[in-house]
Design a protein around this ligand. Structure first.
Ligand code: SF4
Length: 333
């Protein structure tokens, strides 16, 4: 007799084997009232591979707006009138101050994020290297950057200056990507993620959900990330920004968000799954369930262009759930 999809998911997840696309679709189709049955499975799988540790990361928007790309969800594109802050790359002392603030608020990984599809100016690379060197000296945090599509020689220089992790999202499944961005190709994004892997960095790559994509595209994204063997999958939920093409999109329910987290955990059972932007507005009162859903990390503090929840509330939520923040450089289990 054929196993129920939940039994198969538990068995494979504990063994560290990703479910198939077909199995993922069957789980996505479970009625909403079965959500706790799905979360019972993903909680076991998360605990098997990640224990009670929660990764806490924070970011600084180190270069804002003025991006020539047209990602439909993003308020930093010059194609849309959004009123977002526009500034060139921050000087190293301001980046360091933001890192210190994040460390004090409880984050153990800090990412320098710049708008735009790539870092083009040599002076910007110099500023980033100086920021990483300063962080190495003064804060006890894992150093990450999200800088678009970065050339190999620049990645090598950043690594020499102390870069440990690199973030670059694929955003959605390949088949849906042309609906999201027309100014660069999916293959360019995949190449950027692979370049970071080849550079020997811990690689963080995921996407944003609620763009109008269906389960096929979500599962396609998860399978691509599993194939590339990324280390961590950040999950963002659309918080529609005024002035962008998606300003009126309201596509997700809290239960759908939990299903997205759960299915990513089951497609990539041994990887880090980190819930990032759009958490409050989309999950609302179901936020604490992200960990049962399979997440073992979350972003705290403010997001790129929107405000986050108070970090103290997030730390209390983790402790109330019997979980604990992972210390810097500590292995995840
Ligand atoms: S997501 Fe990145 S590449 Fe796309 S418009 Fe925004 S800043 Fe530019």
């Amino acid at each position: 007799m054929k196993n129920h999809p939940l039994e198969t998911a538990l068995d494979k997840g504990i063994k560290g084997i990703g479910i198939t696309g077909e199995e993922a679709l069957a789980l996505a189709a479970l009625p909403d009232e079965r959500i706790l049955s799905l979360l019972a499975v993903t909680d076991e799988v998360r605990r098997a591979h990640k224990g009670a540790s929660v990764n806490l990361c924070a970011i600084v928007n180190a270069k804002s707006g003025l991006c020539k790309e047209d990602c439909s969800f993003c308020s930093q594109s010059i194609k849309y009138s959004t009123g977002v802050d526009e500034y060139p790359i921050l000087p190293p002392d301001e980046i360091l101050n933001a890192a210190k603030e994040a460390e004090n608020s409880g984050a153990r990984e800090f990412s320098i994020v710049t708008s735009g599809s790539r870092i083009e100016k040599a002076a910007d690379v110099d500023a980033l290297c100086a920021s990483l060197e300063a962080m190495k000296e003064s804060v006890d945090m894992e150093r990450c950057a999200s800088l678009g599509m970065v050339k190999k020689d620049v990645l090598a220089r950043l690594k020499e200056s102390g870069l440990m992790s690199f973030h670059h999202n694929l955003e959605t499944g390949r088949s849906f990507f042309p609906n999201v961005c027309t100014t660069h190709s999916y293959d360019e994004d995949v190449a950027a993620v692979k370049a970071a892997k080849e550079a020997g960095l811990y690689v963080c790559s995921g996407g944003i959900f609620g763009l109008g994509e269906g389960w096929d595209a979500r599962i396609e994204l998860g399978r691509t990330l599993a194939e590339i063997d990324v280390d961590s999958v950040p999950i963002n939920f659309l918080n529609p920004r005024p002035g962008t093409p998606l300003e009126h999109a309201r596509n997700l329910t809290p239960i759908e968000c939990l299903k997205i987290i759960a299915i990513m955990r089951l497609l990539l059972p041994k990887k880090d799954i980190v819930v990032c932007g759009g958490r409050q507005v989309n999950l609302r009162d179901l936020q604490p369930l992200i960990f049962a859903g399979g997440a073992n990390g979350m972003m705290i503090g403010n997001y790129l262009t929107t405000q986050g929840r108070n970090a103290t509330d997030d730390l209390r939520m983790i402790s109330d759930l019997g979980l604990k923040p992972r210390a810097c450089h500590e292995s995840a289990v």
